[in-house]
Design a protein around this ligand. Structure first.
Ligand SMILES: Nc1nc2c([nH]c(=O)n2[C@H]2C[C@H](O)[C@@H](COP(=O)(O)OP(=O)(O)OP(=O)(O)O)O2)c(=O)[nH]1
Length: 327
């Protein structure tokens, strides 16, 4: 691999730098008239050595920050290539936010018809807007290549006139349609990510007679281990948040709380990677029993001004600010 480039993953595909082992399958896939005839910069027939040279060239271009040509891999097999090339006619020192790049791709014939091209192209463009700070992406497609035009439209590029381009594979200049789009247009066309499950967690700020708040440390082995949180836990099916808290406080802290002593205070609504947390936070100043870490977890009674010294899950950060204002 040329550089440490973190592969781009989509639902079905991995986009990663080409490797020398890709040369043989790449040659087999692109040395196909049905593929080559649509590509401006690919000769036909495609000499086998050219595959090795091309792969080495892609590394040099990536290292120089000129172009990013990647393998499209599905289920561990190469199915095509995709790339973005920065426009050369612009001065290198030009501000990043004015940079434009040209998108190009091909998919081997056996993988046609599955919508892989828009999946790969949408992901690469999103990566490029984010990581390269591009202003605009453009592309062209042969005037009679309706499939490729549909791909470009689907990822949010819009028609931007016509042109003529030399096609190596055909040894002739051919009429093409030009397309372009900026970050907002491409973002609007990207399919919404699948919805995340909503996880309902009830939590409580126990406040002692000195106005200190109880935090519990998440134990090793759990997600977000080591962070400090408000006592509580997931609400079971058919349970109310109050009943869940009463149960959790008995299990975790060995104290008895009644519903009447749980005052609704505020809530957290936060998207974690795998789920969306909805967490009502109650205030409680009265309980029976002596608080202890019944599950071996570390506990801390913390003055509100000191809460910020305790690293907490990201969902809790706004809650801490609200507690500080309130208490
Ligand atoms: N109890 C509590 N949970 C919190 C807080 N902030 C926050 O993001 N969470 C998250 C961490 C967990 O993903 C979830 C609480 O789940 P839990 O405590 O019942 O479950 P768990 O740790 O055994 O489960 P898991 O995270 O390992 O899946 O809510 C908080 O202040 N208190």
């Amino acid at each position: 691999m040329p550089l440490d480039f973190t592969p781009i993953r989509t639902a079905r595909l991995t986009l990663r730098p080409l490797s020398p082992e890709d040369a043989a399958p790449l040659h087999r896939l692109v040395n196909d008239w049905e593929v080559a005839k649509t590509l401006a910069r690919v000769p036909f027939p495609y000499p086998r050595e050219l595959a090795d040279e091309w792969i080495a060239a892609t590394w040099a271009q990536m290292a120089a920050g000129e172009a990013w040509h990647l393998a499209i891999e599905q289920g561990g097999a190469l199915v095509g290539c995709i790339g973005l090339t920065l426009d050369r006619d612009r001065p290198r020192e030009e501000r990043a936010e004015q940079r434009r790049a040209e998108l190009g791709y091909w998919i081997g014939r056996r993988a046609w018809g599955q919508g892989l091209a828009p999946e790969a192209a949408g992901a690469l463009c999103a990566w490029a807007f984010e990581s390269l700070g591009l202003a605009e992406i453009h592309a062209s497609a042969l005037r009679d290549n309706l499939r490729s035009q549909a791909v470009l439209r689907r990822i949010g590029l819009r028609p931007a006139g016509e042109g003529v381009q030399p096609f190596l594979s055909r040894g002739a200049k051919m009429p093409v349609l030009l397309f372009r789009g900026d970050r907002a247009a491409l973002a609007a066309a990207r399919p919404a990510p699948p919805p995340k499950p909503i996880v309902l967690v009830a939590a409580v700020a126990l406040v002692d007679s000195d106005g200190r708040v109880l935090l519990a440390q998440r134990p090793e082995g759990k997600s977000m281990a080591g962070l400090w949180e408000f006592p509580g836990g997931k609400v079971d099916a058919g349970e109310t948040p109050e009943r869940a808290l009463i149960r959790e406080l008995k299990e975790e802290l060995d104290i008895d709380v009644t519903e009447a002593c749980l005052g609704p205070f505020t809530f957290a609504s936060h998207s974690y990677e795998k789920f969306h947390l909805l967490m009502p936070l109650y205030l409680c100043r009265r309980w029976n029993g002596t608080v202890r870490g019944a599950e071996g977890q570390k506990l801390a009674w913390v003055r509100v001004q000191k809460l910020a010294d305790y690293p907490m899950p990201p969902a809790d950060v706004p809650l801490v600010a609200m507690l500080r204002d309130f208490l």
